[in-house]
Each structure stands twice: as structure tokens, then as C-alpha cells.
Design a binder for this molecule. Structure first.
Ligand code: IVH
Length: 685
């Protein structure tokens, strides 16, 4: 919070003075937005925040004279637009030259040295920043107020997407700080965190919708929506990386500009560093590359900028790119290989999607022999043919995907892939809804769907029974041993051992694990059932709200809809699921097998009762998921990031920035051994 905000916020004013009250509410909400979205340090409960926001909306409604376009209420999605106006950039939006190796980076340094006629002895200072993989977004402020947000477009003219950009909470609507410049044009990246992107895609998949191909498409698509309520519902964030133009202020360096940006309330990357000399640039590059997967958002390299503004000025900008900066891209996780065929895979909910069968190729340290083609529409859009040479890409933890065919290498005998009309597993006809891109098998007894459902049932988020992957489950189904999850508990040692590749020990182990898993927490049981619309989070909400499975099974859609975090779609899906005779039968048979979910209720008893625990670094004795279950089973909650609400931090191997933050906030930190002792799991020795 800046001095002037603090002054404006002051003590909570009386409700009888609407002007003072409105100003106080705005300043308070602005401060909490900044804490949450920029500093990642929430300081207020969601309910309390919502109450402030509601009061502000209500007061502004009653006092139109107090309107202000920098009020946080401006973030409420506005009317649907008919199109976007074009916006001429105050300074052309150039791009960066790329280098892909240390040698090329050193050549670049030699070129600037030559251009500046600088001697060998002069070492340059560089700002080394992550190259965030999103879409560039320009923000223009006049007298400290956001007036325009624009996309890059062709670099000269972009699209005015202000109505969408204001819904991004980390985009400041007004500048804080003592003396914001009268005119400021800032550039940065609209991006999405990997975890938010994956959660959003999972939600889409749970709802039977098609997921987004990658974070960049997600962001670019969101900014170009005519209906601002669409981006408003998406977890888009912003990072500022350069001042394109400012009036009344000059910066001695890029690093000073970044500092000033942070002071005005902009989020800037915590990974930005200043180094001296090419050697240090290279070592910083390797460091960032090594941490790539652990970084919260996708980055595809680093941007190296000459820090000194006077040198930048002398180096200047060519037509397409500045001389003073380069993008050093990570080694590509792309490769070219041959598409041997397209197979069709049936998902848990019956969605049938194309999968590329590839000639094996090395890609970022693993051998890839299949890749997703997403859905029929994407297959058509890509225009790939069987026999094509295709570009495949692996980004972060995301499954490999086909990017495009290498059309220039076609020989003429490549074949259009054939879109099936019947289910590849059960041969029932496929349906395709008019407005959905998904092909669907609607046969509930389809063996492929049954297999996926059982695998999901036993998966880590579900009953967490190891040894029940697609291979085993497929084998049990093919041998006629099981038809649904309830049948798992009628497996016998004899029936298992009679199967190919099943030894006596592994059969015994599986049966023991099945017996041990018969009292799952209600939320994981609900998730395991694979009820449409119910993901892990939804299952938790339901389990907390109902004392038992029976109570939930009887709840009406109206009663469900009244719960926080449960919308009409989920309410309908849940009520419908429990009223389906086939599902009633499954629940009866699970119960007969002794599978009895245990109600969760609120945090009750146990070593972590009422505590919010955050893990950082790697654990040696167990996976993160196991550790999470352990905490939850003993009354605690596991948080993703450290905030004032965190009660305890468990620091494993190579704990990173979270540890520093915990220390800063004075949160108790323990190591893995101490954690295990508290959980009663070992003597901690
Ligand atoms: S500086 C003149 N810094 O990379 C300076 N760009 O071609 C121009 N990008 O699409 C850009 N992170 O949106 C800069 N830290 C960073 C960046 C960054 C990502 C993107 C930018 C543009 C491309 C550069």
C-alpha cells in the first residue's frame, strides 16, 4: 500500500457520510486487490471482501453523483460490444530478436559493443527477465487513470480491449504512489498461472466442454471476447515489463523503471534480476531454465535488456526490434516426426477424441510416441494427414500435442484421417451435439467408458488404490471379472492369479489395498463416483455440507443450488445422478461390499485440526498427495500459497521462495521429519 492510499483509506468512516464511506470502501478494496493479485499476500476472508464490494456497488447505485471510472466496481463486466475499435500505439510495438544459444547471445553482446565502440574492458549491466508466455497488453494512463488497454495488433495499430482488460484484477485502474506521471504507456503480458489454467481446463472437461490447447490461446481468446463477462470469469493476470512512454519522468535504467512500476501498483515478475556481463547472463539463463517447471506460469525463455537507459538510447531501435534487447529462448520442446495414424480414444464421460500415433521421437528428455489432437474440430483445423511429417510440442507438464503438419514435405500419398461414426470400443453410433465440438458415445455400458470410470474411481483424487491403472482394469474387464467399481471387491486371489502377468504377491497386495480402502472420506468418494460437474473441489463442498452420503442422495436440486459454490448445473447433475437407477444400484452394491464413506464435516479432531498447512520443496517419504491426505484426515486443510491464513509450513528438500515468505510472515516452519512425527507417522528419526 502506498502512502497516499493509506491516507485515503484511513479509519472506517461512518455509514452516514456516503462520500467518505464510498472513498474508504474503494481504497480498502483496492488495497486488498493489490495484496491478493499483485503481492500474492491475501489479508482478508473472501466473505468480508465480498461484503465490502457489495456495499460499494449498492452505495454507488444510490449515489450516481459519486461515480468514478477508477472505482473497483468498474471491474464488473460491462455490456457486450459489437466490435473492437482500433488503437494507434503511441510508440510502435516492436518485437524482439531471438537467440537460441550461449554463442548467439555472446555474438549479440559483441554486436552492441561494436555499435557503441566500447572497449573489451567495459562490462554491461543487463536486466534479465522471464519471457512470459501470454499475450502482450498495452496500458495507457492519463493523470493516473487507466484510459485504454490495447493488444499489439500489427505493431502500429492494436485493438482497444479496455472493457476486457479492466476485468483483470492485477491491472491497476489508477496508479498509486506520490506523483504518478500525467501520461504513462506501459507494456506487459496478460498470462495465466499453470495451476489456474489446468484447474480451468479440468473444470471444462468435467462439464464435458473442450479444454484450451495452451495458456496463450486461453489469454488471447479471453482478451478478444466481445462479452466482458467471459474474461471476467477467467483467472487472467498481468505482469508489466517495460515503460514505452512517460511524460514528466525519465528513468536512468530498466531496473529503475521496473521498480517505479511496482511502486505505482503494477505487478512485476519476481524473477527479474540485474547481472553484469555475458557470463552472468548465461548462468542466470541456466538457473531459470532449470527451474522452469517449478515456475507458476509458462515462460519460453528470458529477455535480456541492456539496463542503462542512456546506452539503450544510443543503441536505438531498428524497424522490427530494438538493438538493446534480445529474447533468449529455451531449447525447443518441439520436434518433427511422422504421423503413423490417428486413433480414437473414449473418455470417462463418453467423449471420443483423436490421438496421434507417432513415430517415436525424443522431446525434452522423453520419448514421445503419441500426442493429443484434442477434438474433431481441431483435427480439421490442423489439416493433418496420416503419413504427414508433423511438428510436435511438449510444454511444461502438458501432454504432447501436434502443432502443425509440415506441408512442404508432403509426397502426395498422405491420407485424410477418417472420423469414426461408431464408438471404437463398443460400436454404438456416435452422437454430435450441434453446438459442441465433442463426439460422444452414449452407451453407458461401453467397455472403454467403464474402464475409464473404474480407473478414475481408484485414482489419486478418488479412493487412491494403487495398482488399478488402465492396463490392469482393462484386463479385469476383458476377463469378465468386473463390470463396475463395486465388482472390485468381489475379486479373489484365484481369479486374479488365473490372469496373465498376475503373480500371487501382486494379487495379494491388491486385495489388501482394496480392503484397506473401504472407508474413504466422503469427499473423495464423491469425486470417485465421477458425477458430471463434480470435480475435487465440488466434492469437498458437498461433503462438508452433508452429514452423510444418504443425506446428500436425498437432497433436492433446489436444496443443492442453495449451497455456496454450487450452481444450478452442478445441483441438477448431482440430484439427477442419485436418482438414476443404475447409480442407485452401484451405491447399493458398494455398500454391500463394505465400502462406507466417512463423513468429513468441518475440521474436528486430529493433529492438524483447524490448521492450514502449506508444503514447499520435495518430500522424501511420500508424495504431495499422500501428505495432503494425511493432513486432511487429521482435521487440517492444505493451502497452495502462503498467506496470513497459513498456520504451518512444511519445508522439504530445496524449499524455495515460499520458505522466505513464511519467514517474512512469521509462520511456523517445520521439516519433513517433524511433520511425520506430528502426524504420528514415524518417530521422525
Ligand atoms: S520486452 C522493446 N520483456 O515477448 C521491448 N517482452 O517479442 C519489447 N515478452 O510478445 C518487449 N516477456 O509480449 C519484453 N519480460 C519481457 C517479456 C516480453 C514476454 C513478450 C512480448 C512480446 C515478445 C517479444
Amino acid at each position: 500500500m502506498t502512502g497516499d492510499d493509506r491516507a485515503r483509506e484511513g479509519r472506517e468512516p461512518d455509514r452516514k457520510d456516503p462520500r467518505a464511506r464510498v472513498e474508504w470502501l474503494r481504497a480498502t478494496i483496492r488495497r486488498h486487490d493489490h495484496l491478493y493479485y499483485v503481492l500474492d499476500r491475501p489479508r482478508i476472508e473472501d466473505e468480508a471482501y465480498d461484503a465490502l464490494y457489495r456495499e460499494l456497488v449498492e452505495l454507488e447505485g444510490r449515489h450516481p453523483d459519486l461515480a468514478d471510472e477508477t472505482s473497483p466496481t468498474r471491474r464488473m463486466p460491462g455490456a457486450v460490444a459489437e466490435g473492437f475499435r482500433s488503437f494507434r500505439h503511441p510508440v510502435p510495438m516492436v518485437s524482439l530478436d531471438n537467440v537460441t544459444s550461449e554463442a548467439e547471445m555472446r555474438e549479440w553482446e559483441v554486436s552492441i559493443r561494436t555499435f557503441l565502440r566500447a572497449g573489451e574492458g567495459q562490462a554491461f549491466r543487463y536486466s534479465v527477465e522471464p519471457k512470459v508466455d501470454g499475450v502482450s497488453l498495452e496500458l495507457v494512463y492519463v493523470d493516473g487513470r487507466l484510459v485504454t488497454a490495447a493488444t499489439r495488433g500489427d505493431g502500429t495499430d492494436g485493438e482497444d480491449v479496455t472493457t476486457n482488460a479492466v476485468t483483470i484484477r492485477s491491472v491497476p485502474l489508477r496508479l498509486s504512489g506520490e506523483r504518478p506521471p500525467p501520461y504513462l504507456c506501459v507494456r506487459g503480458e496478460a498470462y495465466v498461472r499453470k495451476s489456474d489454467f489446468e484447474a480451468y481446463n479440468r473444470k471444462l472437461a468435467d462439464e464435458g466442454e473442450e479444454p484450451f490447447a495452451n495458456p496463450r490461446n486461453f489469454c488471447a481468446g479471453s482478451l478478444r471476447q466481445l462479452d466482458p463477462s467471459i474474461p471476467a470469469g477467467r483467472p487472467i493476470r498481468y505482469l508489466a515489463y517495460v515503460v514505452a512512454k512517460a511524460e514528466g519522468i525519465t528513468f536512468p535504467s530498466q531496473s529503475k523503471a521496473l521498480e517505479e512500476l511496482a511502486g505505482w501498483g503494477f505487478p512485476v515478475s519476481e524473477l527479474n534480476t540485474i547481472v553484469t556481463g555475458a557470463e552472468a547472463v548465461a548462468s542466470r539463463f541456466r538457473e531459470v531454465e532449470g527451474r522452469r517447471d517449478a515456475i507458476a506460469y509458462e515462460i519460453d525463455g528470458v529477455v535480456v535488456k541492456v539496463d542503462d537507459a542512456a546506452l539503450q538510447q544510443r543503441l536505438g531501435t531498428r524497424i522490427r526490434s530494438p538493438r538493446w534487447a534480445i529474447a533468449w529462448k529455451f531449447t525447443s520442446r518441439r520436434a518433427v516426426t511422422r504421423l503413423k495414424g490417428v486413433t480414437w480414444s473414449v473418455g470417462r464421460t463418453g467423449v471420443v477424441s483423436p490421438v496421434a500415433d507417432l513415430e517415436p521421437v525424443a522431446l525434452g528428455g522423453v520419448t514421445v510416441s503419441s500426442a493429443t489432437l484434442f477434438n474433431v474440430d481441431e483435427l480439421a483445423r490442423l489439416g493433418v494427414r496420416v503419413g504427414d511429417r508433423v511438428v510436435v510440442e511438449r510444454a511444461g507438464d502438458v501432454i504432447p500435442r501436434v502443432v502443425e503438419p509440415v506441408v512442404a514435405e508432403r509426397r502426395g500419398d498422405e491420407q485424410e484421417p477418417v472420423v469414426p461414426t461408431v464408438c471404437p470400443s463398443c460400436r454404438s453410433p456416435l452422437s454430435r451435439d450441434a453446438d459442441k465440438v465433442a463426439l460422444r458415445c452414449t452407451n453407458f455400458a461401453c467397455p472403454a467408458q467403464v474402464e475409464r470410470n473404474i480407473v478414475h474411481f481408484a485414482s489419486r483424487g478418488g479412493l487412491d488404490i494403487q495398482g488399478l491403472g488402465p492396463k490392469q482394469v482393462g484386463q479385469f474387464i476383458a476377463a469378465g471379472l468386473i463390470r463396475d467399481a463395486a465388482d472390485l471387491w468381489s475379486l479373489t486371489k484365484e481369479s486374479l492369479v488365473a490372469l496373465d502377468r498376475q503373480g500371487e504377491t501382486s494379487a495379494k497386495n491388491l486385495l489388501a489395498r482394496l480392503l484397506a480402502s473401504r472407508e474413504p472420506p466422503l469427499d473423495r468418494f464423491l469425486y470417485a463416483l465421477g458425477i458430471p460437474e463434480v470435480g475435487e473441489r465440488g466434492a469437498k463442498t458437498l461433503a462438508r455440507a452433508f452429514p452423510s452420503l444418504a443425506a446428500l442422495a436425498q437432497a433436492s436440486p433446489e436444496a443443492l443450488d442453495e449451497l455456496d459454490e454450487v450452481g444450478p448445473a452442478m445441483a441438477g447433475a448431482v440430484a439427477g445422478w442419485f436418482r438414476n437407477p443404475r447409480n442407485e444400484d452401484l451405491l447399493r452394491r458398494l455398500d454391500a461390499a463394505g465400502v462406507r464413506p466417512v463423513p468429513v464435516g468441518g475440521p474436528t479432531s486430529g493433529a492438524f485440526s483447524g490448521l492450514t498447512v502449506v508444503f514447499t520443496g520435495g518430500l522424501a517419504a511420500m508424495s504431495r498427495d499422500e501428505a495432503k491426505h494425511l493432513v486432511e484426515a487429521q482435521g487440517g486443510r492444505v493451502g497452495a500459497s502462503i498467506s496470513s491464513k497459513t498456520s504451518l509450513v512444511v519445508a522439504g528438500e530445496a524449499a524455495g521462495t515460499k520458505l522466505a515468505k513464511a519467514k517474512e510472515l512469521g509462520v511456523e516452519v517445520i521439516d519433513e521429519a517433524a511433520f511425520l512425527r506430528r502426524a504420528g507417522r514415524s518417530d521422525g528419526a
